[in-house]
Design a binder for this molecule. Structure first.
Ligand SMILES: C[S@@+](CC[C@H](N)C(=O)[O-])C[C@H]1O[C@@H](n2cnc3c(N)ncnc32)[C@H](O)[C@@H]1O
Length: 267
């Protein structure tokens, strides 16, 4: 293992590198879609999870927000204000265009920062912190990541998680689009990928290396529990929420594909 910054710097470069491809696949539709009154990018299960807590008038942070369409959706559902944080300046640029198109510049602010190096003034500011699918596997140190999340929360605040199920990370798709388990659930050390991060256009290209990590279900739950966070809700999801090994959702015998969690910080 290298030190944490080696991985986060490499991953930031890879996300900046793929940003123009995601822009080409999505940005035009998003800029039009977000102007519609009922716009909501969240999948139904995540909307149901948000409906378990009171979001009206709350201040929300989305960590690793990418283009912040999910944060925008939560603001449109009734939260008061939001801060989105992502290491990739290229995705934050796309996010700012989306937020401006939606007319939410006054209640959403986007910040370029590594999650492990957030500005101190954000600490204790948020009623809700959210991460949506595809964040934890980018974290070389999950315990330190949870410490950051915990530091952002006000007492009594909630951390809402939507993630790929850790069992799903055992799988890889072959060239015919068929997914099979190739990796141990207990894999240690990073995956190194040089095929790019275009999970929308599904183009493969020779990319700068990115590094992702397996965090088992007990690692995820214990990272919260060890900080005194209470687990209030857990839901396992049986269909594709991540554009990863998408064929699995159509199989009769399949692994769990996604999870939703709610942690609560004590008041
Ligand atoms: C799979 S995307 C999240 C997608 C998001 N849920 C959405 O629906 O748009 C992961 C994001 O995490 C960001 N990221 C990865 N490592 C990070 C770090 N150390 N600090 C901040 N952001 C990071 C990437 O730049 C990327 O935008």
């Amino acid at each position: 293992m290298q030190d944490r910054k080696f991985y986060t710097d490499a991953n930031r470069t890879s996300w900046d590198e793929v940003a123009p491809r995601h822009r080409a696949s999505n940005q035009e539709n998003l800029l039009e879609g977000v102007t519609k009154p009922g716009y909501n990018a969240l999948v139904p299960e995540l909307i149901e999870t948000f409906n378990l807590i009171d979001i009206k008038g709350k201040n929300v942070a989305q960590v690793c927000c990418n283009n912040a369409k999910d944060l925008l959706s939560v603001i449109k559902m009734g939260a008061r204000s939001g801060v989105g944080i992502d290491a990739s300046a290229a995705f934050i640029d796309q996010g700012n265009e989306i937020i401006e198109a939606a007319g939410h510049q006054d209640d959403i602010e986007l910040i370029v920062s590594d999650v492990y190096d957030l500005p101190k003034e954000l600490e204790g500011q948020f009623d809700i912190v959210m991460t949506t699918v595809g964040v934890m596997s980018w974290m070389p140190d999950l315990s330190a990541f949870f410490k950051v999340i915990n530091s952002l929360l006000k007492p009594g605040g909630y951390y809402l998680v939507e993630e790929m199920h850790p069992v799903l990370l055992m799988y890889e798709q072959d060239e015919n689009g068929v997914s099979r388990p190739l990796y141990s659930y207990f894999k240690e050390g990073p995956w190194k990928d040089t095929n790019g991060l275009d999970y929308f256009g599904h183009s493969e290209y020779e990319s700068k290396p990115s590094y992702s990590f397996q965090h088992k279900m007990d690692d995820i739950l214990m990272a919260g529990i060890n900080l005194g966070l209470s687990l209030k809700h857990i839901r396992e999801i049986d269909h594709d929420i991540s554009n990863f090994c998408m064929d699995l959702q159509h199989q009769e015998i399949k692994p769990p594909l996604g999870i939703n969690l709610i942690f609560e910080k004590s008041a």
